[in-house]
Design a protein around this ligand. Sequence first.
Ligand code: DAH
Length: 356
Amino acid sequence: MSVYDQIAQARSSAIGEIEQVDDMESLTALEPMLFGKKSTLGSLKRLMSEVDEAERAEVGQALNQAQTDVRDAHTAIKERFIAQNRRFQLETERLDLTESLAANKRGHLHLVTQTMERLEDVFVGMGFTVSEGPQAETDWYNFEALNLPAAHPARSMFDTLYLDLGERTEIGDGEGGEATNILLRTHTSPVQIRVMESSPPPIYTVCPGRVFRRDTADASHMPVFHQIEGLVVDHGISLTDLAGTLNEFTAAYFGGAIRSRLRPSYFPFTEPSAEFDITCVICEGDGCQTCQRTGWIELGGCGMVHPNVLANCGIDSEEWTGFAFGFGIDRLALMRYGIKDLRDMYTNDVRFLEQF
Ligand code: DAH
């Protein structure tokens, strides 16, 4: 058999093999036999050294052409499988909302709203009122009044999104009529200020709501999330009241097996400040992956309202004392239902939403 016949035969047998394959897996398995050193075309290449010098260029060209043909056949069938797989995936993952209509599904409150309402219920049961504030805030409410002046290093805790309102981006709402930037509130703490400004103590209130931070969305972060803030101002309020209230809340919301504890921390708006942990709701304190084997999960921040903050709201800190706390709602829901990716909460796929 001439070397050309051998090449032609190797080419057609390789193409023949390709045409017999009927899925991506077998195609991948076939690849070494098509392109590897041990493939027929590969071994023919090694025979090149035995070909006469005069003929070498022509044989080489024939070999290259055969190899190109095999490659083309391989690419064509690979693309067909990719398209087929995509069609299959689209078909199986298809979401037809008219099917939900046909089943007369009614829809229900979103998991975050449900969680927020349950939290409100628990606090209302403990004698708290529910307060709200705007999501677009001034620098004064979000920072300054909370004892976070412009150059305060703790401002870096909050990656802030500022609003560009054109001409109106600066309004005279700062202390002493100064111009202030408008921003998306980075926490629910500014509602504390609004409550203290508008109603005299005693105050027992919680403020749930949406907050915003300049953050890239990943499994545990979203640029938009929810917090709930608590504020108590009364005669003779002490750290013990704070610890007791958090413990009471934890037991009421999660059940008696879950406790809370305080760890010293720092927030500009409280003194002393603490971070509060709860018993890991997954392992109930035994130690697991979720709590990194500590048995505890960090929930939020708290502390005794700083005298400067009370003064900023016109409350006499000699007469009144108070505590405050704040924690994330989304993360709480995530933990409670063992949801792995925070982003799932916001893609609004009914198959996810329906589960709650
Ligand atoms: N605002 C804080 C944050 O977003 C949480 C917080 C800490 C709220 C201490 C409080 C507090 O009311 O006293 O990180």
